[in-house]
Design a protein around this ligand. Structure first.
Ligand code: HEM
Ligand code: HEM
Length: 186
């Protein structure tokens, strides 16, 4: 029996993964539809970005209050170290990329809005210089995030296809429980 992440945590993991992919892809798909699509996509990107921020906060809370499964018993110390490193980088970029998106809006003197229901700011009169810096950092950190996600997903499928172990099932959206050793089981 494989120790699993709590169901709520696995749902958040996959929701966040899907949303990051949509937020990234929409910036490039819009270019196929010309300038008219730009304003609409920009609004959706910002508002869905705020939904992502809320999901990340909930994920952090669930991570702190729920019992997480023990470390995957991988015989390779190198793979274990690599997995820890990649997870730490994912957490860092998951927080930094949206932060830089918001920083860009503030630097350009634009407000932060959630569709048409909420608007806060603008907080500054706007600076082209800081706007350029923050949007470039937002873009390149987003590229880095996608690259690390590809590596992370490839590692998960390497476990499934080559090593033929249960690692991927740990993040399955299935009900889980805690056994007498306080380990999550399915
Ligand atoms: C197709 C895409 C993905 C696959 C197949 C995948 C698969 C997995 C699996 C199997 C685990 C459990 C690993 C273990 O228990 O050692 C895991 C954990 C994790 N995943 Fe993913 N994942 C994907 C996308 C993402 C994305 C987009 C992020 C966030 C940017 C992410 C962040 C994490 C983190 C941080 C962990 C460690 C547990 C934690 O601290 O939350 N994953 N993933
Ligand atoms: C992980 C989440 C996110 C990803 C992967 C992402 C990715 C991107 C990418 C690839 C671009 C295109 C940059 C370019 O080449 O021009 C972009 C632009 C932008 N992002 Fe994000 N972003 C995310 C979250 C956010 C958030 C939370 C906000 C703010 C609420 C935000 C605000 C913006 C803005 C204002 C632009 C410029 C839009 C435009 O003028 O079309 N992003 N983002």
């Amino acid at each position: 029996m494989v120790a699993r992440y709590p169901r709520a945590y696995a749902i958040l993991h996959w929701l966040i993964a899907a949303l990051i992919f949509v937020l990234f892809a929409m910036q490039y798909v819009r270019r196929l539809f010309g300038e008219d699509a730009h304003a609409i996509v920009r609004e959706w990107h910002k508002s869905l970005g705020l939904v992502l921020v809320a999901l990340i906060v909930v994920r952090l809370v669930v991570r702190l209050v729920e019992t997480m499964p023990p470390r995957f018993p991988d015989p390779s110390r190198l793979r274990t170290f690599g997995a820890h490193l990649v997870h730490a980088i994912l957490w860092g970029l998951m927080i930094v990329v949206p932060f830089l998106g918001v920083a860009f809006l503030i630097a350009r003197g634009r407000g932060v809005n959630f569709f048409t229901t909420m608007q806060i700011g603008p907080f500054t009169s706007g600076s082209a210089y800081w706007g350029d810096i923050t949007i470039n950092l937002h873009r390149y950190s987003a590229y880095a995030l996608i690259a690390v996600i590809v590596l992370h997903a490839a590692a998960a499928f390497y476990h499934r296809i080559i090593l033929k172990d249960d690692l991927l099932s740990r993040m399955a959206v299935a009900s889980s429980s805690v056994d007498e050793k306080n380990q999550l089981v399915f």
